[in-house]
Design a protein around this ligand. Structure first.
Ligand SMILES: [Zn+2]
Length: 502
């Protein structure tokens, strides 16, 4: 029985125990150093992510690319001679974007202004002032958008992406721009949204340091927008892209249609385009928006979760699972979201094997399928694990991009333990601990293993939403050292848990 075991038992009965009772051993320091050195000098995460992004690319659930990707991942993991590599079949939904995702505005007002360069300069300045991105970048992006427009036309196309799971539609109507739910409800009750297209234009809170918090507050308008607007008679919803960046890249994402509403088409427009449309909706009473989307659902298709593991020497039936989601949206290359998380997990398993570490528990890397639009992979994984009589003691999820690792969100029992290692974690810049761990793909495990401890990998969050769900989430947006450091951070966390828990 090692000292960490005693420490954990004490913690279970008394959370007030002093962290000073625990001492980091020379072995701990040596293992941390080995894992970080190896990841930085001969890491494999970046090279494998490059293969995934450049030979497979985007991998939306149910697509041919996702299936090619599953085969690639299985072969890739097999080549490392882990104790076991498996796939686990699961039926996934198959939503197809189609060829048309056109959002256009008709504005004689804009056309007249663009014909005169002085007026155009004034317009750009006015848009920047009225926008929610009160920054020089907003001015620049609006200017680049407006300058690119043909001045002789009255129809202007906005950079748009159909939101995942949307119904198709072809329609034309006036637009109402709205920034919060109260405003929407007041206008809706007055009948002002009837037969209108609604622009849900709430921006991310730039003052919020944790961009995931700002995202969470804003993403509801994307996920629930149709349910909010359809009952008031709106005929379509445009959503300001949920991104910190003011640019011309639209960001897709999931939506949810409540069963009791009439589902209406939904598309995201780029943040700079939302600024332009919001301004025009206030200034041009004749403004018309035209939307044409030809997305559709095809029948569900068989796909798979992919797993690789090193068997435990002492507790082979107690599993520490760690992973990310293998599917992505059908834009960009799913590099940060969540190729990076999958590569963190694979590389953590490889690093521990490469230094000759013999784990006490079974270490299992999992690439879950269908996180973005269904979570069928994670649900099936949890269901099947319980049915097989397995026992998961900890699950770690990496789904926040491949940026510089900062720390972890950790469940209640484990956090006391991890806190004791803070000096060592701080040495590697990963000592930021938050109360409570979790993630979309590990949450279902909690329902079948109530005592499981969940851990979220936390990297720096400042750039993630610049590329999240957009064409710009490509391999080139990932930094090699940052990605490899993330894998090492995951490996040391697995090592600590493996050593400390029984
Ligand atoms: Zn993700």
């Amino acid at each position: 029985m090692n000292c960490r075991f005693v420490y954990l038992i004490l913690l279970v009965f008394s959370y007030s125990i002093s962290n000073a009772q625990y001492k980091v051993t020379a072995q701990d320091s040596a293992v941390f150093k080995q894992l970080f050195n190896l990841s930085l000098t001969n890491g494999h995460a970046y090279a494998r992510l490059g293969e995934l992004c450049k030979t497979i690319g985007p991998r939306i659930s149910g697509s041919d690319e996702a299936e090619k990707g599953v085969n690639w991942a299985f072969r890739m993991l097999k080549s490392y001679n882990f104790d076991q590599v498996d796939t686990q079949g699961v039926m996934v939904p198959r939503w197809v974007r189609g060829q048309k995702e056109i959002v256009k505005i008709k504005s004689v007002y804009l056309s007249k202004i663009l014909a005169n360069s002085k007026n155009r300069t004034q317009l750009i300045s006015d848009i920047a002032k009225s926008s929610y991105s009160h920054s020089p970048a907003a001015t620049f992006e609006c200017e680049s958008y407006l300058t690119a427009q043909t001045k002789s036309t009255t129809w202007f196309q906005l950079p748009a992406k159909t939101l995942g799971g949307s119904v198709a539609g072809k329609l034309e109507a006036a637009v109402v721009s709205i920034t919060n739910k109260n405003q929407l409800d007041s206008l809706g009750k007055l009948g002002k949204l009837k037969n209108k297209i609604v622009l849900l234009n709430r921006p991310m809170d730039e003052a919020e340091l944790n961009t995931f918090k700002a995202y969470g507050a804003c993403a509801t308008q994307r996920v629930l927008g149709s349910n909010w607007c359809s009952p008031y008679g709106a005929i379509a919803v445009l959503v300001r892209s949920v991104s910190n960046k003011c640019d011309l890249n639209p960001h897709t994402g999931s939506i949810y249609y409540a069963k009791d509403i009439n589902p209406i088409p939904m598309a995201a427009i780029a943040t700079a385009a939302a600024d332009v449309l919001h301004y025009l909706s206030q200034q041009d009473p004749q403004l018309v928006v035209s939307i044409e989307l030809d997305c559709k659902f095809l029948p569900d298709r068989l796909s798979a979760n992919i797993m690789a593991q090193t068997n435990g020497t002492l507790y082979p039936n107690k599993i520490i699972a760690f992973g990310g989601h293998f599917d992505s949206w059908d834009v960009g290359e799913g590099a940060h979201d969540d190729g990076a998380g999958c590569m963190h997990a694979f590389e953590a398993l490889r690093l521990l094997k490469a230094i000759g570490y013999k784990p006490r528990h079974t270490l299992r890397c999992v690439f879950w399928i269908n996180e973005e639009n269904g979570v069928r992979g994670a649900n099936e994984y949890a269901r099947r694990s319980a049915a097989l009589g397995e026992n998961h003691i900890v699950a770690i999820e990496s789904d926040r991009g491949g940026f510089t690792p900062r720390g972890f969100g950790v469940d209640s029992v484990l956090i006391q333990l991890v806190k004791a290692y803070t000096p060592l974690l701080n040495h590697y810049g990963i000592g930021q601990l938050e109360n409570g761990g979790g993630g979309v793909d590990i949450a279902p495990l909690k329902t079948v293993f109530p005592n499981i401890q969940l851990v979220s990998f936390i990297p720096d969050s400042q750039r993630y939403f610049d590329v999240h769900h957009a064409e710009t989430d490509v391999f080139e947006s990932v930094n090699k050292r940052e990605l490899e450091l993330g894998a090492a951070a995951m490996a040391v966390m697995i090592y600590l848990i493996d050593q400390s828990m029984d």
